[in-house]
Unconditional design. Structure first.
Lengths: 148, 148
Protein backbone atom coordinates (compact mmCIF):
# COMPACT_ATOMS: atom_id res chain seq x y z
CA UNK A 1 0.00 0.00 0.00
CA UNK A 2 1.16 3.49 -0.72
CA UNK A 3 0.74 6.35 1.72
CA UNK A 4 -1.28 8.26 2.59
CA UNK A 5 -3.99 5.75 3.41
CA UNK A 6 -7.74 6.42 3.51
CA UNK A 7 -10.43 4.42 5.32
CA UNK A 8 -11.28 2.70 2.03
CA UNK A 9 -7.68 1.47 1.61
CA UNK A 10 -7.69 -0.60 4.78
CA UNK A 11 -8.90 -4.17 5.26
CA UNK A 12 -9.50 -6.09 8.48
CA UNK A 13 -6.37 -8.12 9.17
CA UNK A 14 -3.96 -5.62 7.58
CA UNK A 15 -0.72 -5.48 9.54
CA UNK A 16 1.86 -2.74 9.91
CA UNK A 17 5.09 -2.50 11.84
CA UNK A 18 7.22 0.32 13.17
CA UNK A 19 10.90 1.07 13.50
CA UNK A 20 12.67 0.80 16.85
CA UNK A 21 13.24 3.11 19.80
CA UNK A 22 15.95 2.37 22.35
CA UNK A 23 15.16 3.51 25.89
CA UNK A 24 17.67 4.30 28.60
CA UNK A 25 17.71 5.48 32.21
CA UNK A 26 18.02 9.16 31.28
CA UNK A 27 14.89 9.13 29.09
CA UNK A 28 12.88 7.22 31.70
CA UNK A 29 13.88 9.62 34.48
CA UNK A 30 13.33 12.75 32.36
CA UNK A 31 9.78 11.70 31.40
CA UNK A 32 9.02 10.72 34.99
CA UNK A 33 10.32 14.00 36.41
CA UNK A 34 7.88 15.88 34.18
CA UNK A 35 4.82 13.62 34.20
CA UNK A 36 5.03 10.76 36.70
CA UNK A 37 7.39 11.70 39.53
CA UNK A 38 7.35 8.50 41.59
CA UNK A 39 10.47 6.86 43.07
CA UNK A 40 10.28 3.67 40.96
CA UNK A 41 10.43 5.80 37.77
CA UNK A 42 13.04 8.29 39.06
CA UNK A 43 15.54 6.52 41.27
CA UNK A 44 17.19 3.18 40.45
CA UNK A 45 18.03 2.48 44.09
CA UNK A 46 14.57 3.28 45.47
CA UNK A 47 13.02 1.25 42.65
CA UNK A 48 14.67 -1.95 43.94
CA UNK A 49 12.35 -1.99 46.96
CA UNK A 50 9.22 -1.11 44.94
CA UNK A 51 6.58 -3.29 43.31
CA UNK A 52 8.69 -3.13 40.10
CA UNK A 53 11.89 -4.47 41.72
CA UNK A 54 13.97 -2.02 39.67
CA UNK A 55 13.72 1.11 37.56
CA UNK A 56 10.69 1.01 35.25
CA UNK A 57 9.33 3.52 32.75
CA UNK A 58 6.02 5.21 33.44
CA UNK A 59 3.28 3.42 31.50
CA UNK A 60 2.50 6.80 29.95
CA UNK A 61 6.08 6.97 28.71
CA UNK A 62 5.65 3.57 27.04
CA UNK A 63 2.41 4.89 25.52
CA UNK A 64 4.08 8.08 24.28
CA UNK A 65 6.99 6.21 22.68
CA UNK A 66 4.46 3.85 21.11
CA UNK A 67 2.71 6.83 19.53
CA UNK A 68 6.03 8.13 18.18
CA UNK A 69 6.72 4.74 16.61
CA UNK A 70 3.19 4.48 15.16
CA UNK A 71 3.32 7.97 13.62
CA UNK A 72 6.48 7.06 11.72
CA UNK A 73 5.37 3.50 10.84
CA UNK A 74 4.04 2.06 7.59
CA UNK A 75 0.54 3.10 8.64
CA UNK A 76 0.49 6.63 7.20
CA UNK A 77 -3.08 7.92 7.38
CA UNK A 78 -4.34 10.76 5.18
CA UNK A 79 -4.81 13.84 7.37
CA UNK A 80 -2.85 12.27 10.23
CA UNK A 81 -3.28 9.65 12.94
CA UNK A 82 -6.15 10.77 15.19
CA UNK A 83 -7.43 8.60 18.01
CA UNK A 84 -10.73 9.03 19.82
CA UNK A 85 -9.62 6.81 22.66
CA UNK A 86 -8.79 3.22 23.38
CA UNK A 87 -7.99 0.50 25.84
CA UNK A 88 -4.53 0.13 27.37
CA UNK A 89 -2.83 -2.76 29.12
CA UNK A 90 0.68 -2.88 30.52
CA UNK A 91 1.35 -6.60 31.07
CA UNK A 92 4.96 -6.04 32.17
CA UNK A 93 7.21 -3.07 33.05
CA UNK A 94 9.32 -1.27 30.45
CA UNK A 95 12.99 -1.33 31.49
CA UNK A 96 15.90 1.01 30.71
CA UNK A 97 17.56 -1.59 28.47
CA UNK A 98 14.45 -2.17 26.35
CA UNK A 99 14.39 -1.47 22.61
CA UNK A 100 10.77 -0.95 21.64
CA UNK A 101 8.90 -1.59 18.43
CA UNK A 102 5.20 -1.70 17.62
CA UNK A 103 3.20 -4.27 15.66
CA UNK A 104 -0.23 -3.09 14.50
CA UNK A 105 -3.25 -4.93 13.13
CA UNK A 106 -6.57 -3.61 11.83
CA UNK A 107 -9.28 -5.35 13.90
CA UNK A 108 -12.35 -3.57 12.58
CA UNK A 109 -13.61 -0.96 10.13
CA UNK A 110 -16.86 0.96 10.38
CA UNK A 111 -18.03 3.81 8.13
CA UNK A 112 -19.44 6.77 10.04
CA UNK A 113 -23.24 6.93 9.91
CA UNK A 114 -23.34 10.69 10.54
CA UNK A 115 -20.27 11.73 8.50
CA UNK A 116 -20.07 10.12 5.02
CA UNK A 117 -16.52 11.51 4.62
CA UNK A 118 -15.15 9.58 7.61
CA UNK A 119 -14.76 6.10 9.00
CA UNK A 120 -13.55 4.52 12.23
CA UNK A 121 -10.84 1.86 12.40
CA UNK A 122 -10.17 -0.31 15.43
CA UNK A 123 -6.45 -0.93 15.66
CA UNK A 124 -4.56 -3.28 17.96
CA UNK A 125 -1.00 -2.14 18.68
CA UNK A 126 1.41 -4.36 20.56
CA UNK A 127 4.53 -2.68 21.90
CA UNK A 128 7.31 -5.24 22.30
CA UNK A 129 10.90 -5.18 23.44
CA UNK A 130 13.88 -6.81 21.72
CA UNK A 131 13.04 -10.15 23.38
CA UNK A 132 9.52 -10.15 21.91
CA UNK A 133 7.98 -9.52 25.34
CA UNK A 134 4.75 -7.51 25.18
CA UNK A 135 5.02 -4.31 27.25
CA UNK A 136 1.80 -2.64 26.16
CA UNK A 137 -1.35 -3.58 24.28
CA UNK A 138 -3.37 -0.67 22.94
CA UNK A 139 -6.69 -1.19 21.20
CA UNK A 140 -7.55 2.19 19.75
CA UNK A 141 -10.30 3.80 17.72
CA UNK A 142 -8.89 5.87 14.86
CA UNK A 143 -10.76 8.43 12.78
CA UNK A 144 -9.91 8.20 9.05
CA UNK A 145 -11.07 10.20 6.04
CA UNK A 146 -12.82 8.40 3.17
CA UNK A 147 -11.91 8.71 -0.48
CA UNK A 148 -14.56 10.88 -2.08
CA UNK B 1 -8.33 10.45 54.99
CA UNK B 2 -4.65 10.66 55.75
CA UNK B 3 -2.00 9.54 53.32
CA UNK B 4 -0.65 7.09 52.44
CA UNK B 5 -3.77 5.09 51.60
CA UNK B 6 -4.07 1.31 51.47
CA UNK B 7 -6.65 -0.79 49.64
CA UNK B 8 -8.57 -1.19 52.92
CA UNK B 9 -8.87 2.59 53.37
CA UNK B 10 -10.85 3.12 50.16
CA UNK B 11 -14.61 2.84 49.66
CA UNK B 12 -16.60 2.75 46.43
CA UNK B 13 -17.76 6.31 45.75
CA UNK B 14 -14.74 8.00 47.37
CA UNK B 15 -13.76 11.12 45.43
CA UNK B 16 -10.47 12.94 45.10
CA UNK B 17 -9.42 16.02 43.19
CA UNK B 18 -6.14 17.37 41.89
CA UNK B 19 -4.49 20.75 41.59
CA UNK B 20 -4.27 22.55 38.25
CA UNK B 21 -1.88 22.54 35.33
CA UNK B 22 -1.89 25.36 32.78
CA UNK B 23 -0.95 24.32 29.26
CA UNK B 24 0.46 26.58 26.55
CA UNK B 25 1.64 26.34 22.95
CA UNK B 26 5.26 25.71 23.91
CA UNK B 27 4.44 22.67 26.08
CA UNK B 28 2.10 21.22 23.45
CA UNK B 29 4.69 21.60 20.68
CA UNK B 30 7.57 20.27 22.82
CA UNK B 31 5.66 17.10 23.74
CA UNK B 32 4.53 16.62 20.14
CA UNK B 33 8.05 17.07 18.75
CA UNK B 34 9.24 14.23 20.97
CA UNK B 35 6.29 11.83 20.92
CA UNK B 36 3.58 12.77 18.41
CA UNK B 37 5.11 14.84 15.60
CA UNK B 38 2.02 15.61 13.52
CA UNK B 39 1.22 19.05 12.04
CA UNK B 40 -1.93 19.64 14.15
CA UNK B 41 0.16 19.23 17.34
CA UNK B 42 3.23 21.14 16.09
CA UNK B 43 2.15 24.03 13.89
CA UNK B 44 -0.68 26.45 14.70
CA UNK B 45 -1.13 27.47 11.04
CA UNK B 46 -1.20 23.93 9.66
CA UNK B 47 -3.59 22.91 12.46
CA UNK B 48 -6.26 25.32 11.18
CA UNK B 49 -6.85 23.10 8.13
CA UNK B 50 -6.80 19.86 10.12
CA UNK B 51 -9.59 17.83 11.73
CA UNK B 52 -8.92 19.81 14.95
CA UNK B 53 -9.40 23.26 13.37
CA UNK B 54 -6.53 24.66 15.44
CA UNK B 55 -3.57 23.60 17.56
CA UNK B 56 -4.45 20.68 19.85
CA UNK B 57 -2.37 18.72 22.34
CA UNK B 58 -1.56 15.10 21.64
CA UNK B 59 -4.00 12.90 23.54
CA UNK B 60 -0.93 11.27 25.11
CA UNK B 61 0.12 14.68 26.38
CA UNK B 62 -3.28 15.11 28.03
CA UNK B 63 -2.83 11.64 29.53
CA UNK B 64 0.67 12.44 30.80
CA UNK B 65 -0.43 15.74 32.42
CA UNK B 66 -3.37 13.86 33.95
CA UNK B 67 -0.92 11.41 35.55
CA UNK B 68 1.16 14.29 36.91
CA UNK B 69 -1.96 15.80 38.47
CA UNK B 70 -3.11 12.45 39.89
CA UNK B 71 0.29 11.68 41.44
CA UNK B 72 0.19 14.97 43.37
CA UNK B 73 -3.54 14.78 44.21
CA UNK B 74 -5.29 13.83 47.45
CA UNK B 75 -5.15 10.17 46.38
CA UNK B 76 -1.76 9.24 47.85
CA UNK B 77 -1.42 5.46 47.65
CA UNK B 78 1.01 3.53 49.86
CA UNK B 79 3.88 2.31 47.69
CA UNK B 80 2.89 4.60 44.82
CA UNK B 81 0.26 4.85 42.10
CA UNK B 82 0.63 1.83 39.84
CA UNK B 83 -1.76 1.13 36.99
CA UNK B 84 -2.17 -2.15 35.17
CA UNK B 85 -4.02 -0.49 32.30
CA UNK B 86 -7.29 1.20 31.60
CA UNK B 87 -9.69 2.68 29.11
CA UNK B 88 -9.18 6.14 27.62
CA UNK B 89 -11.53 8.52 25.85
CA UNK B 90 -10.76 11.95 24.48
CA UNK B 91 -14.19 13.54 23.92
CA UNK B 92 -12.71 16.91 22.83
CA UNK B 93 -9.29 18.33 21.99
CA UNK B 94 -7.03 19.91 24.61
CA UNK B 95 -6.15 23.48 23.60
CA UNK B 96 -3.15 25.71 24.42
CA UNK B 97 -5.27 27.96 26.66
CA UNK B 98 -6.63 25.08 28.76
CA UNK B 99 -5.99 24.83 32.50
CA UNK B 100 -6.40 21.17 33.44
CA UNK B 101 -7.52 19.51 36.64
CA UNK B 102 -8.58 15.95 37.41
CA UNK B 103 -11.58 14.64 39.35
CA UNK B 104 -11.31 11.03 40.50
CA UNK B 105 -13.86 8.55 41.83
CA UNK B 106 -13.42 4.99 43.11
CA UNK B 107 -15.77 2.81 41.01
CA UNK B 108 -14.82 -0.61 42.32
CA UNK B 109 -12.62 -2.50 44.77
CA UNK B 110 -11.57 -6.12 44.51
CA UNK B 111 -9.12 -7.99 46.77
CA UNK B 112 -6.59 -10.06 44.86
CA UNK B 113 -7.37 -13.78 44.95
CA UNK B 114 -3.76 -14.81 44.34
CA UNK B 115 -2.01 -12.13 46.43
CA UNK B 116 -3.54 -11.56 49.90
CA UNK B 117 -1.32 -8.48 50.34
CA UNK B 118 -2.83 -6.66 47.34
CA UNK B 119 -6.09 -5.39 45.93
CA UNK B 120 -7.29 -3.79 42.71
CA UNK B 121 -9.19 -0.50 42.54
CA UNK B 122 -11.10 0.70 39.50
CA UNK B 123 -10.77 4.47 39.30
CA UNK B 124 -12.56 6.90 37.00
CA UNK B 125 -10.55 10.07 36.31
CA UNK B 126 -12.07 12.96 34.43
CA UNK B 127 -9.67 15.58 33.12
CA UNK B 128 -11.44 18.91 32.74
CA UNK B 129 -10.46 22.38 31.61
CA UNK B 130 -11.29 25.67 33.35
CA UNK B 131 -14.73 25.69 31.67
CA UNK B 132 -15.63 22.29 33.10
CA UNK B 133 -15.37 20.67 29.67
CA UNK B 134 -14.25 17.03 29.82
CA UNK B 135 -11.08 16.50 27.78
CA UNK B 136 -10.28 12.95 28.85
CA UNK B 137 -11.99 10.13 30.70
CA UNK B 138 -9.68 7.43 32.03
CA UNK B 139 -11.04 4.32 33.76
CA UNK B 140 -7.99 2.64 35.21
CA UNK B 141 -7.13 -0.43 37.24
CA UNK B 142 -4.79 0.39 40.11
CA UNK B 143 -2.81 -2.07 42.21
CA UNK B 144 -2.84 -1.22 45.92
CA UNK B 145 -1.20 -2.85 48.95
CA UNK B 146 -3.43 -4.12 51.78
CA UNK B 147 -2.92 -3.34 55.44
CA UNK B 148 -1.49 -6.46 57.04
Amino acid sequence: MTAPLYFDDLRVGDRFSSGEHALDEAQIKAFAAQFDPQPFHLDSEAAKDSIFGGLAASGWHTAAVTMKLMVSSGLQIAGGMVGAGGELQWPRPTRPSDVLHVEMEVLGLRPSSSRPDRGMATLRSETKNQHGEVLQVLTSKMVLPRRT
